[in-house]
Design a protein around this ligand. Structure first.
Ligand code: URA
Length: 431
């Protein structure tokens, strides 16, 4: 494999020959192509694009970089969901135990923070002791016993995606439809769920900024997934403001606990129930009303919360940290972001809010950087809210005071004279 010639071909806007993408990924994982050459190719692919055949070849190469799991011997239907990435998107933490408590297996394989967005694995790892690396035998036993696992890419599971994902995170090569499709579909096919639901985020805090871009990504995700076997559907959902109030790893775990215990923000609960209903519908054939009622019932009865605690225990996490309020990691400095004048919250630069959390230490600017689980934001105002000068719009949870960051946060929230038109939470369903 001549990596320089391979990169040059994409840099010059040409199609790769069949087999070359596979060879490049294999050479990288074998140690013959270093990170810097993969990063250069990712940027060339980001700028020049990959056509459908190249995207399919990359997806297959990433799937085949590890093994593909098959849970049919466990004798129960299985389903999973994956988000394309948002700010404050903690849905997986709530959804996985909800669907497992409804009797459907959830072999969830998630990612870490990507670009300005948070990642489910980083959120779970803010629970002291929680392990997201599971051996295949442990995955099987836990899935059989608890109905849910929470794992990341590993040497067994889409290692090619694990490597490309970590490089894309820190090289500004995330917002590319072919790279997103290959990344998401590869790990979802490898994990072996029989039904897959995609939550395609759209708006200022999403990788897809417009409904047209989100629709195109959702359609591609559903088509490529079905081409590999599983049932699939997608929702396009609003990301013009953070989902819920909490943004940042430990803060989002606490908010997820609130929702599992029957409280928490309405939008987080609502989107969880919508996605749970589709997962149950696809996996069991239940009608959507009955599926939604089933998901509501396991939250009301406490069964979903019990399943979450069992998941934390099974993966080595501190049960005390999730059961006792105030035990999760907490930032030493909490500073208010205040409204400078009276009016309505008309817009949020949700990308900028996510970037601020990355710069607080809640995400990575370098590949091996450790995460500060404590930092983040608690949003105290939502789009359309009337506010008076001096009202608190958000609280920044910081490792240390930072005036520059505080002014970036303030600039990310726009106050105008009249209330804005608010988009619905769910914009569209793609089947
Ligand atoms: N989630 C992923 O797993 N990969 C992407 O590229 C984007 C979101």
């Amino acid at each position: 494999m001549d990596a320089r010639a391979f990169i040059r071909r994409k840099r010059d806007g040409k199609r790769h020959d069949p087999g070359d993408i596979r060879a490049f990924i294999a050479a990288h994982l074998g140690g013959a192509v270093p990170d810097y050459q993969v990063s250069a190719w990712l940027m060339a692919a980001f700028i020049e694009g990959l056509d459908d055949a190249e995207t399919t070849e990359l997806t297959r190469a990433l799937i085949e970089s590890g093994r593909t799991f098959d849970w049919t011997p466990l004798g129960r239907p299985s389903a999973d969901k994956h988000s394309t990435g948002g700010v404050g998107d903690k849905i997986s933490l709530v959804l996985a135990p909800v669907v497992a408590a409804c009797g459907v297996l959830v072999p969830m394989v998630s990612g870490r923070g990507l670009g300005h967005t948070g990642g489910t694995l980083d959120k779970f790892e803010s629970i002291p002791g929680f392990r997201t690396r599971l051996e295949p035998d442990a995955m099987r036993d836990q899935l059989d016993r608890l109905g849910v696992i929470m794992a990341g890419q590993s040497a067994d599971l889409a290692p090619g995606d694990g490597s490309l994902y970590a490089l894309r995170d820190v090289t500004s090569t995330v917002e590319s439809q072919p790279l997103i499709v290959a990344s998401i579909v590869s790990k979802k096919i490898a994990e072996g769920a029989g039904s897959l639901v995609y939550d395609v985020k759209c708006g200022s805090g999403a990788f897809m900024k417009t409904p047209a871009e989100a629709r195109s990504l959702a359609t591609r995700l559903v088509e490529v997934t079905r081409g590999s076997g599983p049932r699939a559907a997608a929702l396009i959902t609003d990301m013009n403001q953070p989902l819920g109030s909490a943004v940042g790893n430990a803060l989002e775990v606490q908010e997820s606990i609130d929702v599992l215990q029957g409280g928490g923000p309405d939008d987080v609960r609502e989107l969880t129930l919508e996605l749970a209903a589709i997962m149950l519908q696809l996996a069991t054939g239940a009608d959507s009303g009955a599926a939604r009622r089933q998901a509501e019932a396991v939250i009301e009865s406490g069964k979903a919360w019990e399943r979450f605690v069992a998941l934390v225990r099974a993966q080595g996490g501190s049960v005390a940290a999730v059961e006792k309020p105030g035990e999760l990691p907490r930032a030493p400095v909490v500073a208010p972001v205040k409204a400078t004048h009276t009016g309505f919250v008309t817009a949020m630069d949700t990308f900028a809010l996510g970037e601020c959390v990355v710069h607080m230490g809640g995400g990575r600017v370098e590949k091996t950087q450790p995460i500060d689980a404590r930092v983040g934001l608690m949003m105290r105002a939502r789009l359309g809210d009337p506010v008076r000068a001096g009202d608190v719009l958000a609280e920044a949870h910081l490792a240390r005071s930072d005036e520059v960051l505080m002014s970036r946060l303030q600039a990310a929230i726009t106050i105008g004279d009249s209330p804005p038109a608010l988009p619905p939470l769910v914009l569209e369903r793609i089947d």
